[in-house]
Design a protein around this ligand. Sequence first.
Ligand SMILES: [Zn+2]
Ligand SMILES: [Zn+2]
Length: 431
Amino acid sequence: MRLLLVAAALAIGAVVTGEPTSAAAVPPTLESEVRRVRPLIEATYRSIHEHPELGKQETATHALLLAAMQKIGYTQFVESTLAPTAVIAVLDTKRPGPVIALRAEMDARPDTEPASHSPRSLIAGRMHSCGHDAHAAMLLGAADILWNNQSSLTGKIVFVFQPAEETPGGADDILKEDILGRLGVRAIFAQHSVANMPVGTVSVSPGPTLAGSNTFKLVVEGKDSHAAQPSDGSDVPAALATLVRGLVDLPARRLDISNRPAIISVTYMHVGDTTALSKLQSTGTAWGTIRAFEDVAPTPRSDSSISTLIEQYLAGAAASLRVTTNWSLRKGSPVTRNDQDLFDRIAPPLRGSWPGRFDTAPYKGMFSEDFAYYTQSIPALYFGVGVMRDTLGTVGVHSSRFTVHPAALGEGARLMVLVAELATAGTTQLR
Ligand SMILES: [Zn+2]
Ligand SMILES: [Zn+2]
């Protein structure tokens, strides 16, 4: 341990008072550096996990990460006006080279964590069920290792701890302020926990990899009636159920889904009144999400958009059901695209350095990510990092049963360090 500290201090050009600068000093290896930062990563993960905060409210997470970065030695921070809970820090090696960014999320979700989990959320109704606590801790570990070995790096590395991935605003706000543009960021990288993928496995593939998301609202209106006499009205509850069934079936029956993958899911419905069970009410509403790798909204060039198909379906079905429909669409995250050139440059050497399984098989997921906003204007790579070992990491994100095996935390830090080294094209002692 003493040797490592000496070597690490030498690496950043520091003077170790009272220690001879021995030629026998062994430079740190990536393995020893990951081991060194593991207590920091694990403590950070536990603390953020126990105190989950929803999007744009990550004040304690902000304070914790900012203090931890300052303790490592970071002094150059960029504040975001639109996303004030973000922590954006710059490692400037003062040597010419590319400017790259590494991004992790900070926000939790409205979920109740099972009592059997350890660590477990201490805040009722909130939980880190998307692994953002792990991603932030992994990035902090990487920031520590990179700071400690900056003498072997070139260029600049921007660390983006980004709020509000789950709710609109996080990535979008940082881009609106052009924070990364003003710093000259030329490539950006992120990683996400993948359940049921073993710890030590990393995945990345070029091209579109995660779907874009849109939310919708469908209002159905008709004639009310006594529940005993549906023929007097429109039977809006049954009409809404029929339309919802038709909507979720639509992609499989109206789209060439091998070339136009799309999912329509209705996630919330409201119709009727529990105090009037013998009345068929006149209004019903359904909300949901559309995931696709194309622009869902109608475009001047195409009348075969998914939105147009939905409107055509609703118009025909509503007429036969004797109801009217009002359909509205709200655009969410665009498609997450991995840059082919960046992939060609980073993936082969990364595969060579990665000690575990490195999976580059083509992958398209119907999940969506606000990292997508960065990928629209900055060459980007989005990695999957396995979090499964033993009984942990076996349930997917957005379930209250989602867990991360602690051994994955060091792997995520290792991945971000290697990516930063390769992308800034520096030589390094960390081999
Ligand atoms: Zn999520
Ligand atoms: Zn997530």
